[in-house]
Design a protein around this ligand. Structure first.
Ligand code: 13P
Length: 344
């Protein structure tokens, strides 16, 4: 099959647009289970209609495209419509946002490796990608989940199984005309040291790039979505923004080829302020070979979700809270974020 969409140059153009102009991605691709859990904590009823209403609220935030280049949707969302009947992917496009889609089917227990997972979803993926392309998607996301502890995790079995799946997924995306976001997430929960996180992240990324090259993935036509390198969130150690920036950049410089057109971080459970200040610190550190940006879920959505609480009356204030976090992160991409922005 050959279509115009398969040209690597077009994919590179899309990848560049995702990280251009001080913009990042809004990850709003929580599976129904995860979305329901977050709704539960915010006292919101866990129904298909509330998930639809929340996603419509996010996509219709006035001015969103001034800070956000694209959105990552979930399978349920890409098939839903706004209250006025307009399909949600069209709502996103009309708002000037590129449409992305989460295409993995989740992290499942890895046999013979207690506490570790491998992300599934390769079966039937070629066909699903083609149908998402027809629905307007121009990029995709697959998240490999790597558990980390202070002893022996991750195992090489877990790292290499996830790296292999990520590379198979990425090659299929490029064949279908979609830019793959390759997301190997070393989990931030736990009490491990920052040094341990750095070692694990470096080993995981090495394995991922080895597999990407083996599977023929065009590095110029993909986006990397890694974790930042930080001490575990449930431990007592807290890193300064500068420490996170130094360790993260050192790790990335060692393993990520300069050909990759962009690196967009996940937030992974950091607060919105922490994620912004760390991203900012990376941008005041000088030159690096790739643009760095954000592809945050919780660090963009959470304050807005708490304000919304499922009530239409709170729509505008919730959208303002989302825009505030989007502006903070956009400022961080220019090294212009400061704590004063939070008070403003
Ligand atoms: P968080 O920023 O909440 O980690 O979500 C990003 C994401 O897309 C996880 O797969």
């Amino acid at each position: 099959m050959k279509t115009e969409a398969l040209s690597p140059e077009l994919l590179t153009e899309t990848a560049r647009a995702m990280v251009a102009d001080g913009k990042g991605l809004l990850a709003m691709d929580e599976s129904n289970g995860t979305c329901n859990r977050r709704f539960g904590s915010a006292g919101i009823s866990q129904t298909v209609e509330m998930r639809r209403a929340w996603r419509e609220l996010l996509l219709t935030t006035p001015g969103l495209s001034t800070c956000i280049s694209g959105v990552i949707l979930y399978d349920e969302t890409i098939r839903q419509a706004a209250a006025d009947g307009m399909p949600l992917p069209r709502v996103a496009q009309d708002a000037g946002l590129l449409v992305g889609i989460k295409v993995d089917t989740g992290a499942k227990a890895l046999a013979a490796h207690p506490g570790e997972t491998v992300t599934e979803g390769l079966d039937g993926l070629r066909e699903r990608l083609l149908s998402y392309f027809k629905m307007g998607a121009r990029f995709a996301k697959w998240r490999g989940v790597i558990a980390l502890d202070d002893m022996c995790l991750p195992t090489r079995a877990c790292t290499s199984a996830n790296a292999h799946a990520l590379a198979r997924y990425a090659a299929l995306c490029q064949e279908a005309g979609l830019v793959p976001i390759v997301e190997p997430e070393v989990l931030m929960d736990g009490a491990q040291t920052q040094a341990r996180c750095q070692d694990a992240t470096e080993a995981v990324l090495r394995s991922v790039f080895e597999q990407l090259l083996l599977q023929g993935v065009v590095l110029e036509a993909m986006i990397l979505k890694p974790n930042m390198v930080i001490a575990g969130l449930t431990g007592t150690a807290r890193n300064t923004a500068a420490e996170v920036a130094d360790a993260t950049l050192q790790c990335l410089r060692r393993v990520v080829p300069a050909a990759v057109p962009g690196i967009m971080f996940l937030s992974g459970g950091q607060s919105g302020e922490e994620a912004s200040s760390r991203l900012n610190a990376m941008h005041v550190k000088g030159e690096r070979p790739w643009p760095l940006s954000f592809s945050f879920g919780r660090a963009l959505q959470h304050p807005a979700l708490d304000i919304w609480a499922g009530r239409e009356a709170n729509r505008v204030t919730a959208q303002q809270a989302l825009m505030h976090r989007a502006r903070c992160n956009s400022a961080a991409l220019k090294g212009e974020y400061s704590a004063a922005m939070e008070a403003a």
